[in-house]
Design a protein around this ligand. Structure first.
Ligand code: URA
Length: 443
């Protein structure tokens, strides 16, 4: 296997033989192939794609680069959820403890910020002391005691995905359907699960914005899971606007805590309950959707999910006082308001612009080795369709300095469109369900 030959072949639209592709990926995993050659290959994949067999080699190689957990000794269902990445999507933080509070183990392995989206790990690290780098034995220990644990890709589980993920983040090669599918499924197949829920975002703020391609992505992942004996269901969810109000790591953590306390934005709560219900149904498909949602709602409103979150934060070394005092989360030094310059109807709140704005403020990585600022971001106060008067608050910008406040204001003005009443129609929060039997409209 000659790396330059593999790169040239993909650049020229040729199919790569399984053995050659496997050898190339292994040589990257061992450090023999450098980042610059893998970057060139990824760009070629961006333009020419991977077929089903090549995607399978990616999944196998990433899976085989580490160990797979056997959690069957827990003697109870183990279900995880993974999102393809959205703006303002902080559901995982509340979902893991909520589902754990319902008697289902949630061994959650998440990622850092990717492209214009923030990542669950960075959000958790906004909690002082919270450790996302637990060893596998500590991870299992927390899981056994609390019912859920949240860590990142490790040197032990899918380490090849960890390297490729970080490289894709800074080389403009995130938005590739087979790469997303292989990245997500290799981690999830290593987790020792009995069921998997996927949240496939669709709309302008998603990596794969178009509905038909998002359905293809969902179908690819459901097939990969099902063929390997992991019952997998995907929900297509709206990303034509941000989820909730907070965008930026620490701000999103604060909003997730608010939701666990029974408050927070309606769309966040609705999606949280819907996902919890699907995860419960993955453990027992005979339970109806309404009954599963009611169980989740009772736990959320009864404070049990919040208690689980507090237990998990404590068990993973985090400062639990943030739960009562979100001011102790990572916060930015300065806040500035952006108000409407004219009266009108909010026709759009563009998620991608806001996500890219967080990166511009220092809250996402522009280089692989970059430390990020967990406190910066936006609190958007308006939703598409709302009427505003001149001077009404559109958003609060959180930044480290006055230049950041200026950048933040420009971002809000580009993202939040106020004009006449010609509003684009919005996607339903959950539009489709994809499972082994096919694609159906969500009810
Ligand atoms: N989440 C992942 O783990 N990988 C991707 O490529 C996208 C979202």
């Amino acid at each position: 296997m000659i790396p330059t030959r593999i790169i040239e072949a993909k650049r020229d639209g040729e199919r790569i033989e399984a053995d050659d592709l496997r050898a190339f990926l292994n040589s990257y995993a061992t450090g023999d192939t450098p980042d610059y050659q893998m970057s060139a290959f990824l760009v070629a994949v961006y333009f020419n794609g991977l077929d089903a067999d090549e995607t399978d080699v990616f999944v196998q190689s990433m899976l085989a680069s580490g160990t797979s957990l056997d959690l069957s000794y827990l003697g109870a269902p183990r279900v995880d959820k993974h999102s393809t990445g959205g703006v303002g999507d902080k559901v995982s933080l509340a979902l893991a403890p909520l589902v754990a509070s319902l008697g289902v183990f949630v061994p959650m392995m998440s990622g850092r910020g990717l492209g214009h989206t923030t990542g669950t790990l960075d959000k958790l690290e906004a909690i002082p002391g919270f450790r996302t780098d637990l060893s596998l034995s500590d991870f299992k220990n927390v899981l056994e005691r609390v019912g859920c644990a949240m860590i990142g890709q490790t040197a032990e589980i899918a380490p090849l995905d960890k390297r490729l993920y970080a490289l894709r983040d800074v080389t403009g090669t995130v938005a590739v359907r087979p790469l997303i599918a292989a990245s997500i499924m290799s981690k999830k197949l290593a987790e020792g699960l009995t069921g998997l829920l996927l949240d496939v975002k669709v709309g302008a703020g998603a990596f794969i914005p178009e509905e038909d391609r998002a359905i293809e992505l969902a179908t690819t992942m459901v097939d990969i899971g099902s063929r390997r004996g992991l019952p997998t269901v995907a929900l297509l969810t709206a990303m034509d606007r941000p989820l909730g109000c907070a965008i930026g790591n620490g701000l999103e953590t604060a909003e997730a805590i608010l939701c666990l306390r029974g408050g927070g934005p309606d769309d966040l709560r609705e999606l949280l309950l819907r996902q919890a219900s699907e995860m419960l149904r993955l453990t027992d498909p005979t339970v109806g959707s309404l009954a599963a949602t009611a169980r989740a709602e009772e736990s959320l409103d009864g404070g049990r999910a919040f208690e689980r979150f507090a237990e998990m934060v404590g068990a993973q070394g985090g400062d639990t006082s943030v739960l009562d005092d979100p001011g102790r989360l990572a916060t930015a030094a300065l806040q500035g308001t952006v108000v409407a310059l004219e009266a009108g109807v909010v026709s759009e709140v563009r998620p991608k612009e806001l996500g890219q704005g967080v990166v511009a403020l220092g809250g996402g990585r522009q280089r692989m080795d970059q430390a990020i600022d967990l406190g910066v971001g936006f609190e958007v106060q308006v939703r598409p369709g709302e009427t505003v008067s001149k001077g009404d608050l559109l958003a609060v910008v959180h930044a480290t300095d006055t230049r950041g406040l200026e950048i933040g204001e420009q971002v809000v003005r580009a993202a939040v469109r106020v004009g006449d009443d010609s509003m684009q129609s919005q996607r339903p929060l959950v539009s489709h369900v994809v499972d082994v039997s096919g694609v159906s409209a969500a009810t």
